[in-house]
Design a binder for this molecule. Structure first.
Ligand code: C5P
Length: 407
């Protein structure tokens, strides 16, 4: 199953380093090619000779080695792998990965790689549970790393708890399932999807909102996840259950939604399906507003931040593909084309939200008729269920990101 797969294993300095030898042996047995980087700390626990005997290759240790850089170079080392495995990942290496430090061969390779990184932490229970380590782990997860372990059990230091390296056989399972996702072209790619309405409070009991159900956004999140993407779904208030395997953050207001999206960056794709409220109350009353004598009353509103535009026009770190939705009741295509330009996104998915002849509407309904507007033209799709639309759109996104990546 792992034939022709190339694994780069980075062994850092922890007592669990000896288990890396077993994983290398198992990988070779499955037909994988293995290259190894041994950090200075790692070499305190196992010798380059034992690693090299198992990988049947030289062991890479120095960033500034003339011969190594001439023969292979850290960039090629990171690029020629199909998967980078950090095993064991010490608290120290995890912290440096989270910060993007590049001061030795291991950290530089990790920063230079364009491949998925699988991190297998191993450390003392107190070190693992420290908020600092947990913050770093969260950063790695958000950056798209796959985490395997740690497990609970007795440690070399005599203490017990979470922190033991995952068992070699479990690590092998995780590696196989990563490669088994051949039908998952979006594996290792992170995509942020916004969905649902936003609620903008007027007072403690009232809010401004719209009729969005969140169905289209949730269906897209699920379809992208099934193609292997790591999906961050930022959802306004809905009654929908989060699709399995999708990472959901629930928010109320447009400002919270923007914040949550920015927290999830960087990402390869950003798809803005949410029907964000355009306005919010200038002031939110802390007590329930009372009826006044008059027939009419005034509410002062101010514009919400435009999340799509903000992400689309980021100077640094803009996702490769930014997709907006345009829900219109008239002049659908013309308005969507204007939106493509004014927001600066790559595609606009235009959908007609006019109440149709049967009295049905896209908002809240189960079907959708969409056209994809790009700078190349218009691609009109026939009416389909929101699930089918989501699946087709997910495939189109996957093709775009695949082509783009190979450029
Ligand atoms: O400007 P309009 O609301 O018609 O644009 C629709 C698109 O912009 C949708 O993709 C929606 O998610 C996004 N949007 C946004 N933030 C807003 C308003 C709309 O991200 N404040």
């Amino acid at each position: 199953m792992l034939k022709n797969k190339q694994i780069l294993i980075i062994i850092s300095g922890g007592i669990a380093a000896f288990k890396a030898l077993e994983v290398i042996r198992l990988l070779k047995k499955e037909g994988a090619g293995v290259r190894a980087i041994l950090t200075k700390g790692g070499a305190e626990f196992i010798t380059p000779l034992s690693v090299s005997s198992l990988t049947e290759d030289k062991v890479y240790t120095e960033l500034f080695s003339l011969t190594d850089e001439a023969e292979m170079g850290h960039i090629r080392l990171s690029r020629q792998a199909d998967l980078v495995l950090v095993l064991p990942a010490t608290a120290n290496l995890i912290e440096r990965m989270a910060r993007g430090v590049a001061d030795d061969l291991a950290s530089t390779t990790l920063l230079a790689t364009d491949k998925t990184v699988m991190v297998c932490p191993a450390m003392n229970v107190e070190m693992w549970e420290k908020p600092a380590t947990q913050r770093n782990i969260e950063t790695l997860r958000k950056d798209g790393a796959i985490l395997v372990g740690p497990e609970a059990g007795l440690m070399a230091c005599g203490e017990e708890g979470l922190g033991r390296l995952a068992e070699p056989l479990d690590i092998m399972e995780a590696i196989k399932s990563f490669f088994g996702s051949a039908g998952k072209p979006l594996a290792g790619k992170k995509i942020i999807v916004t969905a649902g309405p936003t609620h903008e409070p007027i007072d403690p009991v009232r809010y401004i909102a719209n009729r969005s159900s969140g169905k289209q956004g949730y269906a897209l999140a699920e379809a992208l996840q099934k193609l292997g993407a790591s999906v961050a779904l930022i959802s306004g208030p809905t009654s929908l259950k989060a699709p399995d395997g999708v990472n959901i953050t629930r928010v109320e207001t447009a400002e919270e939604m923007l914040n949550a999206c920015q927290q999830e960056l960087p990402a390869k794709g950003f798809v803005s399906v949410a029907a964000v409220a355009d306005w919010r109350a200038v002031e939110t009353a802390t007590e329930k507003l009372k009826k006044q004598g008059d027939d009419t009353t005034k509410l002062s509103l101010k514009q919400n931040p435009d999340i799509l535009k903000t992400i689309s026009q980021m100077a640094d770190g803009r996702p490769e593909l930014v997709v907006g939705f345009a829900a219109e009741t008239e002049n659908l295509i013309a308005n969507a084309q204007k939106k493509l330009i004014s927001k600066g996104c790559d595609w606009v998915v235009a959908n007609d939200v006019k109440i149709d002849d049967t009295g049905g509407s896209v908002m809240g309904g189960d079907e959708n008729t969409i056209s994809i507007i790009t700078s190349d033209g218009i691609d009109a799709w026939s009416k389909a269920s929101k699930i089918a639309v989501a699946q087709k759109l997910a495939r189109k996104i996957s093709e775009y990101l695949g082509v783009n990546r190979d450029k």
